[in-house]
Design a protein around this ligand. Sequence first.
Ligand SMILES: Cc1cc2nc3c(=O)[nH]c(=O)nc-3n(C[C@H](O)[C@H](O)[C@H](O)COP(=O)(O)O)c2cc1C
Length: 171
Amino acid sequence: MDFLELVKQRYSERNFADTPIEKGELDKILEAGRLVPTACNYQPQKFYVLKSKKALELAATVTPFTYNAPVMILVCFDKNEVWKNKREEGYHSGEQDASIAATTMMYEAETLGIHSLWIRGFNSKIATETFKLPENIVPVMFLALGYPSEKSKPSDWHFMRKNINEMVVEL
Ligand SMILES: Cc1cc2nc3c(=O)[nH]c(=O)nc-3n(C[C@H](O)[C@H](O)[C@H](O)COP(=O)(O)O)c2cc1C
């Protein structure tokens, strides 16, 4: 499929089916997250795969937006491995690198017919404590993954995008 068609087709899934995701499919999604570009190629992204009943129950205590997804990936970065911008004190690439990985995994999933939801509706400190993340690991988002159910459909927000001329400025 043409990539732009894939971009139009994807929507935030909030009605996951119970169908499990096969290991081979999940491996392809994680591989997409491994291969992304990162600042200076430092590759600080870390993926915590949550698929056991216990791990998914814990995720549901951290965020209300799980929608019974059979798999969730807590996408993080290692703050000891981020690129630090010498030209701007305090600026590092952690969130950007993790977000490129998450976005790429989201679209790889879509090519496999696996829907997703990007979740940032949680408190970082609570996620860190709940999953006992090491001190150097910073949680960025959950990527909920699963097949659509018969109730699945895009929300109204999916169709509400600004016009291109509200986003693009030619300088
Ligand atoms: C950074 C970010 C954070 C988001 N956090 C949540 C969330 O916590 N819960 C949720 O239900 N959706 C969340 N979403 C999904 C957005 O609401 C959704 O992408 C947007 O409304 C457009 O709809 P669409 O993805 O169906 O096109 C998030 C999306 C992004 C990019």
